[in-house]
Design a protein. Structure first.
Length: 152
């Protein structure tokens, strides 16, 4: 028996999307599982455009976990394709279809075809905290310095 967390994965449209690969790790040490496009026809994503691409799957995560939806580095480098809300978060209580908000930062139209690997999903533990409102925060070496205060 494995000590790895289990996520339940449900195919949203089993009658029409049986050919779409389930989320899976592509190598033994991959951090993310690839997500594929469950589009019925090719979708053009023009330069500067955003398109919401269905994956055909919903998940049930353990209560203390999230799924982070992240861009694929090859699509980013070769085509300028990223995610508009990267990383996107799938909360443990969400049961709807995972959809990927692609953005084209490139200069050419990018075509998303059925079954294309379009994003990756990383499962991560989540820490929940209590918020305590205070009048003053403890000092630190950095204090309020930010947005490049340490240089380039």
């Amino acid at each position: 028996m494995s000590d790895k967390p289990v996520i339940q994965c449900r195919r949203i449209r089993p009658e029409s999307d049986a050919d779409i690969a389930a989320p899976e790790y592509m190598t033994a040490h991959s951090a993310g599982m690839d997500l594929c496009a469950a589009v019925n026809e090719p979708v053009a994503v023009g330069p500067g455009e955003i398109r919401l691409i269905p994956t055909g799957f919903a998940v049930c995560l353990p209560a203390d976990h999230e799924a982070q939806i992240r861009p694929r580095s090859g699509l980013a480098v070769k085509h300028g394709i990223g995610l508009i809300n990267s990383p996107g978060t799938i909360d443990a209580d969400y049961r709807g279809e995972i959809q990927v908000a692609l953005i084209n930062h490139g200069q050419s139209v990018f075509m998303v075809n059925r079954g294309d690997r379009i994003a990756q999903m990383v499962i991560s533990p989540v820490s929940r905290v209590r918020v305590a409102l205070v009048d003053r925060l403890p000092d630190s070496a950095r204090s309020s310095g930010g947005f490049g205060h340490t240089g380039i």
